[in-house]
Design a protein around this ligand. Structure first.
Ligand SMILES: Cc1cc2nc3c(=O)[nH]c(=O)nc-3n(C[C@H](O)[C@H](O)[C@H](O)COP(=O)(O)OP(=O)(O)OC[C@H]3O[C@@H](n4cnc5c(N)ncnc54)[C@H](O)[C@@H]3O)c2cc1C
Length: 399
């Protein structure tokens, strides 16, 4: 049974995340949005998180003592931090998508290496590179090559839209998980994950993207040119292939959903506060026919948020128990992507021209929120995933 009562640890971490979101993130959010790439990493903030936020981070580490429900903890924390600013959430020094890939595909030794890195003195980031210029949704078509050469592997290719690549590869001693094919003619069966460490001379960042939203977070084009890595950097020793990428998304999608719902809740909280200042209160107890249009809109926003949140909680609950959650994880992200898009647009509509201006944060939240429907599988692709599973079709049957 899913319990709707959070554990003491989750409550404690939520309070901690709330104080960070309110005091340390919100005040910087506009600046980092306005000066994409021109700003320094907010080192004060990052070091503070690194030094004080360990319990929350530890919970996501392999072998951590902490809680029974690491993913439940994660979605509550990411929702709260993203309420402060989703771009900052993407900048947190924590295992993120690259760490998730290692958790899902790595050997015990490789997982321990990840843990050690995150217990070190210096803040560290990871990233994961799957998308290429000709394929994102159809990730089984990747062309980045991995060739066995003596005591190592040599990688060649170009990866697009790699979140936090600059922080992982240039600003810290982090690493990147690269998905590459060992045989371009063999489709998904030849795809394997490889670990590329910062400082490898065969990897470089070619370009940083300028984006609509999420502008505090770097997103890069990464070139792998005769990038030599040791044999032991093949994740899972070659046992884990394309299914590992999909498993990575099963656990990452509820986290993406929760961060979108943080933006959506920020919008709802702000709109209600602002309406309150203008003398409008929401009369929840009235029958719907007696409500004003504005009251109905706000209640609809809250209902949609709640529905998306419950799907997200269900997916995290399943991930924590090792229950296959492909359908539920995709559902949570589809619903959260739609919810945050609709709620942020409605927020602007309710506030009128001021909502469209930079005097309020609403226009930023609308720009930021759209990403939830795009990365880690677009809304359409996640719908395909759900349909295939429910109807029992393969990827070939239903494209
Ligand atoms: C800010 C940001 C951060 C990102 N971070 C990362 C990262 O860290 N690592 C990484 O590897 N990638 C990352 N991505 C890439 C992202 O995951 C891909 O952009 C996404 O999967 C879509 O792939 P694509 O760009 O090739 O679009 P396409 O696959 O070309 O899709 C274009 C449109 O066509 C639709 N479409 C495609 N195929 C179908 C189909 N079969 N049926 C119906 N509709 C379809 C899509 O839904 C979409 O609307 C990031 C992207 C962004 C914008």
């Amino acid at each position: 049974m899913i319990s709707f009562e959070n554990s003491d640890l989750i409550k404690e971490q939520q309070r901690y995340a709330e104080s960070i979101a309110l005091e340390r993130i919100r005040p910087l959010a506009r600046y980092y949005d306005a000066y994409e790439h021109e700003h320094e990493i907010p080192w004060d903030f990052v070091r503070f998180i690194w030094d004080t936020g360990r319990k929350g981070l530890d919970a996501l580490m392999p072998g951590a003592e902490v809680p029974d429900e690491p993913f439940m903890l994660q979605i509550h924390t990411s929702e709260m931090i993203s309420w402060g600013d989703v771009g900052f959430f993407m900048c947190l020094p924590w295992p993120a998508l690259g760490g998730n890939a290692i958790q899902n595909t790595g050997t015990e030794e490789q997982k321990n290496r990840l843990t050690e890195r995150f217990r070190g003195e210096r803040p560290t980031w990871t990233c994961m590179a799957l998308t290429e210029s000709h394929c994102g949704s159809d990730s089984s078509a990747i062309r980045t090559r991995a060739v066995r050469d003596g005591d190592g592997w040599v990688l060649n290719g170009e990866k697009l839209f790699v979140t936090s690549a600059r922080k992982a590869l240039e600003e810290s001693e982090g690493f990147m998980v690269v998905w590459a094919t060992t045989d371009p003619g063999a489709g998904r069966s030849a795809i394997r994950p490889f670990l590329v460490e910062a400082g490898n001379p065969g990897v470089r960042i070619m370009k940083l993207e300028n984006k609509l939203g999420l502008r505090a977070s770097d997103t890069a084009v990464v070139i792998l040119e005769d990038c030599r890595i040791p044999l032991e950097n093949l994740l899972g020793g070659g046992e884990k292939g394309f299914k590992g990428a999909m498993a990575t998304f099963d656990s990452a999608r509820p986290a993406a959903a929760s961060s979108g719902l943080g933006i959506a809740r920020a919008t709802i909280d702000f709109v209600k506060e602002e309406l309150g200042r203008q003398g409008v209160t929401i009369r929840y107890a009235l029958p719907r026919r007696l409500l004003t249009a504005i009251e109905r809109d706000v209640i609809d926003m809250e209902t949609e948020w709640r529905a998306a949140w419950l799907l997200t909680v269900r997916a995290a609950w399943m991930v924590d128990r090792g229950i296959p959650s492909t359908v539920e994880s995709s559902m949570s992200k589809v619903k959260a992507g739609e919810a945050v898009t609709r709620i942020t647009q409605k927020g602007i509509e309710l506030m009128g021209p001021l909502g469209y201006s930079e005097r309020m944060m609403l226009e930023k939240w609308m720009r930021d929120g759209k990403i939830i429907d795009l990365f880690e599988g677009t809304g359409q692709i996640n719908r395909l995933v759900i349909a295939r599973r429910i109807l029992g079709y393969s990827g070939r049957d239903l494209k």
